[in-house]
Ligand binder design. Structure first.
Ligand SMILES: Cc1cc2nc3c(=O)[nH]c(=O)nc-3n(C[C@H](O)[C@H](O)[C@H](O)COP(=O)(O)OP(=O)(O)OC[C@H]3O[C@@H](n4cnc5c(N)ncnc54)[C@H](O)[C@@H]3O)c2cc1C
Length: 414
């Protein structure tokens, strides 16, 4: 790519930074514009899971029933906040219609290619930087009366899509992870999945970007306007012309897309994380408390726990402290945690959720020089590195596979 090509990346979360780095490595002249107020909010608040096994889209058979079961059961993992807005009804309808085997068969190869590409980039980063990862395979632990059947079902489902997962011996597994209580009745191991510190990954991308000459502007993009040759980017005090814009503004991408007449149906799905430094005997791997819908990750500086998927209309990132207390109380059903716990790094995040469970990666139909890189929902951290690669391919004019084309925003959106 010629360095004469200049690209503005809107959004300095994991997706924007990954795109900026790949584009700059390709020779483009790149600036990242980041509001700064909630810098990297969601990209820092997440569980830090890197799960190449997640080839099944969020919109999959059984999800609607599970979602409603959770609403009724009030586990708090899946919820709709009052006044979720006018997008909620069409979004939910599209989501419900997408929960079919045919949709999963259509999406799984594309998600696999994106995840595999991300894995290669992350592998490279662990070799060339101070990024570290958990080394033991991830476990899903089940506690309900249906634990055995649920575990069997999970293994059967993901094996169908080539994911390495198997049930492991309960007693020896509990012995090897003393943090787990005897309430655990079945465990599924995902051999390729691991965890890392999301803050560290973001920091490394930012460092790599700076080292290669990516510029940063701390301001809010207020609008875009586009021709076939370039895009004008506007802020409150300035405007400039770029050859391309990468729209990587997370849940805020929808508002910006509207300024060029595009409807990107992204719903914010709010979640929350806490990190507990007092947990000395941390697990040695990432754990999913499957019946409690809590993801855990042993970071160097404490045990990270995340939960919640509340569809909302607003972009309020405030922290609900009683939700944090509830998260810890629920985790105690499965984990031996110290009686008194100091919470560190309580963070809320907004997942940019598309209704078909697939990210939008590619040119916007009405503004082909605006490349969408958003809508990654629950999987943005693990899909960010691959997204950066494919966005760079698209801008450089290198062909991408038919599967990657499935992420095109030109697909039916609602
Ligand atoms: C509780 C929780 C747990 C999660 N766990 C995982 C996990 O384990 N693994 C995983 O892969 N994913 C996980 N996710 C999802 C993941 O965090 C998101 O998919 C990812 O962070 C999305 O990244 P992003 O860069 O698209 O958005 P963001 O991180 O939201 O970044 C967008 C950036 O754009 C900026 N911005 C917005 N509007 C403008 C504007 N107009 N001008 C300039 N800048 C602007 C914002 O300030 C923000 O910094 C989790 C999410 C949550 C909430």
């Amino acid at each position: 790519m010629s360095s004469n090509i200049n690209v503005t990346v809107v959004g300095g979360g994991i997706i924007g930074l990954a795109c900026a780095w790949e584009l700059a490595k390709d020779g483009a002249s790149v600036i990242v514009v980041e509001t700064g107020g909630s810098t990297y909010g969601t990209s820092l608040a997440n569980a830090g899971w890197i799960s190449p096994s997640h080839v099944i889209p969020f919109a999959a058979p059984g999800m609607v029933q599970t979602g409603f079961k959770n609403l009724v059961g009030r586990t708090g993992a899946f919820a709709i906040t009052p006044g979720a807005g006018s997008l909620l009804a069409p979004w939910t309808l599209k989501f419900t219609r997408s929960c079919t085997d045919a949709h999963v068969d259509h999406c799984a190869p594309a998600l696999k290619e994106l995840l595999d590409t991300s894995m290669k980039v992350i592998e490279g980063l662990t070799e060339t930087t101070d990024l570290t990862r958990t080394n033991l395979p991830q476990w899903y632990v089940y506690t309900s009366d249906n634990a055995e059947a649920d575990a069997e079902h999970e293994v059967e489902l993901v094996n169908r899509y080539g994911v390495n997962a198997k049930q492991v011996d309960l007693q020896s597994s509990l012995d090897s992870e003393p943090i787990l209580k005897n309430s655990v009745k079945a465990i599924v191991e995902f051999s390729d999945d691991f965890g890392l510190d999301p803050g560290k990954l973001v920091e490394i991308y930012r460092r790599n970007c700076e080292a290669i000459g990516v510029g940063f502007r701390a301001e809010k993009v207020t609008g875009l306007s586009s021709t076939n040759r370039n895009v004008t980017v506007a802020t409150a005090t300035d405007s400039w012309i770029s050859d391309y814009v990468v729209l990587a503004a997370g849940v805020w991408s929808r508002e910006l897309a509207k300024t060029i007449g595009e409807n990107l149906p992204i719903m914010p799905a709010k979640g929350q994380s806490v990190t507990l430094p007092e947990v000395i005997e941390k697990p040695t791997r990432t754990l999913m408390l499957a019946d409690q819908r809590i993801a855990t990750n042993p970071l160097d500086w404490g045990l990270r726990m995340s939960t919640g998927f509340a569809l909302t209309s607003n972009t309020d990132m405030s922290i609900n402290s009683s939700a944090s207390d509830k998260l810890i109380a629920t985790a105690r059903q499965v984990l031996n945690l110290p009686e008194r716990i100091e919470i560190k790094n309580e963070l809320a995040g907004l997942r940019p959720a598309s209704p078909d469970g697939m990210p939008y990666i590619g040119p916007l139909p009405k503004a082909p020089r605006v490349i969408a890189a958003t809508g990654h929902g629950m999987l943005g951290l693990m899909m960010g590195p691959g997204t950066g690669k494919f966005v760079a391919d698209m801008i450089a004019g290198r062909p991408v596979s038919r599967d990657i084309m499935k992420f095109s925003p030109a697909r039916p959106r609602l």
